[in-house]
Design a protein around this ligand. Structure first.
Ligand SMILES: Cc1cc2nc3c(=O)[nH]c(=O)nc-3n(C[C@H](O)[C@H](O)[C@H](O)COP(=O)(O)O)c2cc1C
Length: 254
């Protein structure tokens, strides 16, 4: 277990077969054991079986072909819809002689935490059983199309997506990460110096430079690379637009 956690990698290429049903059921059981806020299970998971939907997701998520070919695709939703329906069926409003307030940003934050903790629990179970997975953050793009594709109510919104299966080749060489001292602070936020911030990503930078992968003729920094490839990218612009739409719908629809 510890060894698997220390050597875990994301996997994007899978054999064209499903994992066995016993293991799949075990992954579901372990996922449901994830901690959840007040034990309220503020999430749902949509398992995508339809190849047609996988193809559409592949386009909606920044044209990532790996989604089409993934044997298992799970979409994790931050879900308050279930509780709103339960209030209604339980006639909670009448019984408490109150008006049920609108669902708000704190509710969203909590439900997102639940959904993502469930996803990470699934990731660990998948890896522990010898399979491989990869998150797809781009599931928060193109909300309107996703909403109609999956019939999402206003209070069940995308948190993240996992693809998984039997890896073509199990990867076990971890990628570089920052040193602990740059990520763990004691008692309060620690403003970092220029040198400390540069050192935080120095291993990433060495790797990229060795692979001739940095911008400005390999003379740029990881900051320049992140800015050009991600922060100012079209897909990040779309993520920010789409997220705004589903948050506004979450906060405004009853
Ligand atoms: C929130 C999140 C979103 C991600 N989205 C994608 C994605 O859309 N496509 C992809 O190929 N990998 C995606 N990844 C995988 C990361 O690229 C990967 O975790 C990172 O490069 C580190 O590699 P490792 O997981 O092998 O250590 C995502 C990971 C996270 C945590």
């Amino acid at each position: 277990m510890i060894n698997n956690l220390l050597n875990r990698r994301s996997h994007r290429a899978f054999l064209n077969e499903k994992i066995n049903i016993e293991d799949l059921n075990l992954i579901k059981k372990i996922t449901l054991q994830a901690p959840t806020a007040g034990n309220t299970t503020l999430y749902s998971i949509i398992e995508i079986e339809s190849q047609e939907i996988k193809n559409k997701l592949s386009i909606l998520c920044d044209n990532q072909e790996m989604i089409k070919r993934a044997p298992h695709v799970w979409i994790f939703l931050a879900d308050f819809h279930r509780w709103l329906k339960y209030f209604e069926y339980s006639e909670t409003e009448q019984k408490t002689n109150s008006t049920i307030r609108k669902v708000a940003l704190g509710d969203l934050h909590l439900a997102m935490q639940d959904a993502i903790i469930a996803a990470q629990t699934a990731t660990i179970a998948i890896d522990e059983l010898g399979y491989g997975s990869c998150y797809v953050g781009d599931i928060i793009e193109n909300y309107e199309e996703l909403q109609s594709l999956l019939n999402l109510p206003a209070h069940a919104v995308p948190a993240t997506m996992l693809i998984f299966g039997k890896p073509k080749k199990k990867l076990n060489t971890p990628l570089v990460r920052p040193d602990e001292k740059y990520i763990f602070f004691t008692d309060a936020y620690k403003e970092q110096t220029k040198t400390e911030i540069e050192e935080t990503f120095s291993k990433h930078e060495d790797n990229a430079r060795n692979n001739n992968a940095l911008p400005f003729d390999n003379k740029g920094s990881i900051a320049d690379q992140f800015y050009l490839r991600k922060f100012s990218s079209k897909f990040m612009k779309e993520m920010n637009r789409s997220t705004k739409v589903f948050i506004e719908r979450w906060c405004n629809e009853k």
